[in-house]
Design a protein around this ligand. Sequence first.
Ligand code: ATP
Length: 134
Amino acid sequence: MKTVKVNIVTPDGPVYESDVEMVSTKAQSGELGILPGHIPMVAPLEIGAVRLKRDGGTDYVAVSGGFLEVRPEQVTILAQAAEPADQIDIERAKEAKQRAEKNLQAKQDNIDFKRAELALKRAMNRIDVHENKR
Ligand code: ATP
């Protein structure tokens, strides 16, 4: 089976590196599935799960937006924050979700509303990825 090298990198350093058979993720233009040998491209990512298929199994990484860069032999994801499923602190994510929901209910200005919306998305994504639902 052909593979492509995948690196997921954040400002704090690399969080994932592996040779995989397929990378699936959510770009702003829609779901993307990248196979080895894919034509070069760059795409902005949504807050979402990255699924990495390898050796018959699948790794899940929660990504809080960023960019995907595809080259034939290498896929790089540059993310503001990214956590592999087994490194997600589920209690922290649940608390962040509750906090964001509370902030969304409070009548606030648009900037705070947008910020709470994004915090909620990040928290829900972490919870979903932790539970391997995506
Ligand atoms: P919180 O309010 O819990 O800090 P957040 O969405 O505001 O959540 P970020 O600003 O996206 O957090 O991330 C800050 C740092 O904390 C990043 O390094 C991110 O990987 C890490 N992080 C955030 N939430 C979790 C979590 N539930 N489990 C593990 N790491 C997390």
